[in-house]
Design a binder for this molecule. Sequence first.
Ligand code: ZN
Length: 465
Amino acid sequence: MCRTNKQPTTGTDIPVVSRAADAGPDKSAGPAATTPVESVLAAPAAPAVAKAQRGLRLLRVSSLLLLAAIAVILLCRCNDTKMTVPPGEPTAPGASVVRVLLTSPAARQVEISTTGAYWLKVDGQVIARSVSAMPAVAVRRRGGAWQIGSRVARGSEVLLLPARDSMVHLGGRCYRGSLRLLADADDSFLAINHVEMESYLAGVLPKELYAAWAPATYEALAVAARTFATYHCTTTGRRSQYDLGDNQASQCYGGYSAETPKSRAAVDATRGVVLSYGPRGQERIFLAQYSACCGGQVNGAYVIRSAQRIEPLEGGQVCNDCAACSRYRWPAVRVRKADIRRALAARYAAARKLTRIDRIDVVTATPYGRAVWVDVVGNGESVRVRGEDVRLALIYAGIPAAKRLNSMNCRMVDLGDSIEFTDGRGFGHGVGLCQWGAQGKALKGWTAEQILSFYYPGATLYRVN
Ligand SMILES: [Zn+2]
């Protein structure tokens, strides 16, 4: 489970597409209708020619059965370009698609397969297709070429397109949508799942919330997570080959394998609904961050990133409904100053001028005492960083004590060679929706809309498709 630490992301807010009538389910938004290739219904024959037509029909039926039998034999024997009946494209026209990076760091080898019909392309050229499932095949990249099972193909990307009722497997997980393998270097590549937004969310919620939690909690997070993803698709995603990762650096995602009836129900109940903010007619989607447990007071986004201050992310709400979280309060954590210096130097070039750390001064803090900016002082030098970035630097550097430093909602006490982080509260950055708090409110009878109104005050619900 990873219900914390959405990384601070900068960017401008984006306009929404259309106003939702309400926050309820969109009954009209179902799967796209399938266009029949040809009608299977015919007008009744006139009586005078009916007998002759019956004979002809019997002949036609016999011929068709023979042809069908031959086709089945051919299709069973063939699993590649000899096929004449390609599977359909997997994504409904006009659907909002999210591109999720599944490999971080880049992969050198993966195993792929499908549950049914598929196309396999290299740089747009079909190299295999079948109406049958693809068995598990190892994909490697060596010296700038792809090795796909026994095949070798040059190119920059491999695309595995399953038919609409088929899915792909990667590394033991099953995913809806298609799988794109994109060369990262001569010997490594990225695996990216292209999946419709609503299906993506059904694979996010069970990775972010406990299975037993309330439907209202799931629905509230569905809206926040959809807003978070939509924001990235239309900002940072436009400059990248993917929109989001599949871990806590963005939103945890487990594909179809992670989906549950509860997650699908929450997505359906909120289909297309996002949060927005602004004057009527000028509302914009914003980066709707959320975290595991705020520890008693919701943080403003300014605590973790630079962005225009807006009411929904201003923070300051008192939230005691997250008290059931085991990390609502947590014991003191000591970290050696030498480890802090090393972690900061690895992440920030400016910190490399520090040969030692003498002290850490809090420059600015929230009204409830959480450090926002700190000066790290040593050998006559001073480096100013966000308090949150001290914690993230320790985590990225793999400092063992950082695993117990659950948030920067704490006080720092100088112990000489080390800093003690004490009076710790909460888990994660504490901005936006507090997942444990949302669950506490749901247990008290709050609806998803009430939960969202509390954690993102002033925000409006919109339906984007
Ligand atoms: Zn809370």
